[in-house]
Design a protein around this ligand. Sequence first.
Ligand SMILES: Cc1cc2nc3c(=O)[nH]c(=O)nc-3n(C[C@H](O)[C@H](O)[C@H](O)COP(=O)(O)O)c2cc1C
Length: 379
Amino acid sequence: MAIASINDYRPLAKKRLPKFAFDYLDGGAGTEIGVSRNEQAFEDLMLMPRMLVNVENRDLSTTLFGKKWAMPFATAPIGLGNLMWPRAEETIAKACVEAGIPYTISTPACTSLETIKQIAPNNAWFQLYVGRAEEMVADLVTRAETAGYDTLLVTVDVPIPPRRQRDIRNNFGMPFRWSPGVVWELMKHPLWSIQTLRVGVPRFANMERYSKNTGFMPVARYMSSQVTGRFDWNELKKLRDRWKGKILPKGLLSVEDCVKAKEIGCDGVVVSNHGGRQLGALPPSIDVIGDIRKAVGPEYPLILDSGIRSGEHIVKALASGADFCLIGRAMMYSVAALGLKGPKFTLDMLNTELHQCMGQIGYTDIASLKKAAPIIRKK
Ligand SMILES: Cc1cc2nc3c(=O)[nH]c(=O)nc-3n(C[C@H](O)[C@H](O)[C@H](O)COP(=O)(O)O)c2cc1C
């Protein structure tokens, strides 16, 4: 059967991946209500069309931080991306270059930030986790600077490790634990297992040098020991003053926090609840972006993340106050489902969906869509 939407990938991804890997990708915190609420919040919005507009020529490009991007979204940072398919991260980065959009490499990625910068010299952003070890954070920032990154997303919504029940049940916590169940899953998914073993078990390419012991498990243990509740506004301000490029906290949801980020000199904010992976009780980003936009003014860059599964969702995000979006699972389901063909397929599909949605509601460019904000909230 042909794939007609991002949602069609999910069952295929479930079939292809070992259970622990699929659950790591698909799952959320607690009861996972936050994940479904994120998706539902987009469906609860409607778009008011304006008819009899000539929409023959449409332009999806938009400018963010002085650069023109072909479409108004980037890929979100994903830790352990190569667990979905070997070389997934490199392949997504290449597809983003071809599509003319940014690719964000995560701190706990399997590909080094230096390698990604070579693959995507003008398209790569770096996501930083501020861990307990100050020297590691300082070194990661220096490495990002040396490699030539100009945009840093600092994830601020992981002060405490989340409770993801599927990961706990699967023993896929940090540290990762091998168990008979894990081995059984590998045997049930020989294609994934053979491909993965051929390339080598996924490694934490950015972080392993900071751990005394190498190998997947010791580094995973090291990483979990790095989650710290000490990162605060003072620390973010210090980072702001030290980083010469653009800096955006990722994971703010309240009006007060976004206003504060603007006041301390951050170049924008990623409004996000981490895809419902940190705490199910957090509000969907799409529900809070309108009030944030009113408070920070029309010019301040806001990137919306969490729950996007289609081009229509991106249009709704822009019409609600966002300038740009991030897609997380939407891209990763495709890699899990289709392997290395997935990224291009997804970016083409989102491009088509964006064109169709914009044309249907009578808009030919992103700026006029944002200005008109033709959004209706279901009562
Ligand atoms: C498997 C997986 C791994 C993730 N790893 C990271 C990470 O390393 N750093 C980070 O800031 N966010 C991480 N996130 C969150 C994403 O960047 C993004 O906020 C989230 O996926 C958005 O929600 P969506 O999946 O509904 O699009 C991860 C998300 C997933 C699904």
